[in-house]
Design a protein around this ligand. Structure first.
Ligand code: DX5
Ligand code: ZN
Length: 214
């Protein structure tokens, strides 16, 4: 599986160093969690952080927008250097427009679903996305426990993908460690986000190797 370390759990006072560490350790993507204090009960990074990191890293930037009305922010994050932009199904009544705006900005469009949203709600959108992110915790914080009941959604998405011949990636986010990643891989996930498992350890490279070995 591709591994996307989440900088939410990095040492923010040494962010550049912590990004380099995972890049040198073979991370595939860099997951950047953007929180607005409304859609989720927390605040994190703005587009200026993406822009500064862009100058220091060649990793694919996977920007997870946990913000209400993401349409307002897409162009700013695209200009800052995001490669993939994720928008929540729950964050706007006009989700298809948001996905289209991401493509119009020349970026990969990712559709994200919270634990309370079923795959049935997004089937009509699957032909128009590059990536689906299945949240395996309610978003807002790092270090939460993986919800095993979410794995059936990964299976459903993998089935639809095979049946319809779609090429979207299936990503998981929340509570991923060297145990829970195995269930996700088996169900059909292709990318795993990991924050605390990677960064709450003195050697992130070892943690990335553990995830890649599953
Ligand atoms: C949660 C974020 C996650 C978070 C994952 O709202 O979307 O990306 O950083 O952290 P862990 O891996 O610690 O659950
Ligand atoms: Zn995330």
């Amino acid at each position: 599986m591709k591994i996307a370390p989440s900088i939410l759990s990095a040492d923010i006072s040494n962010l550049g160093r912590d990004v380099k560490r995972v890049e040198q350790a073979g991370a595939d993507y860099l997951h950047i969690d953007v929180m607005d204090g409304n859609f989720v009960p927390n605040l994190s990074f703005g587009a200026n952080v993406v822009q500064r990191l862009r100058g220091q890293s060649d990793l694919t930037f996977d920007v997870h927008l946990m913000v209400e009305h993401p349409e307002k922010w897409i162009s700013e994050f695209a200009a800052a250097g995001a490669d993939i932009i994720g928008v929540h199904y729950e964050a706007t009544p006009h989700i298809h427009r948001a996905l289209r705006m991401i493509h119009e900005a020349g970026k990969k469009a990712e559709l994200v679903i919270c634990p309370g949203t079923s795959v049935a709600m997004i089937t009509d959108l699957l032909s128009d996305v590059d990536q689906v992110l299945v949240m395996t915790v309610d978003p807002g914080f790092g270090g939460q426990h993986f919800l095993p009941s979410m794995t059936h959604k990964i299976k459903q998405l993998a089935e639809i993908k095979a049946q319809e011949g779609f090429a979207f990636e299936i990503e998981v986010d929340g509570g991923i460690n060297d145990q829970t990643i195995a269930q996700c891989k088996q169900a059909g996930a292709t990318i795993a986000v990991a924050g605390s498992f990677v960064y709450n350890h003195e050697t992130p490279a070892i943690q990335i190797q553990k995830l890649k070995a599953v």
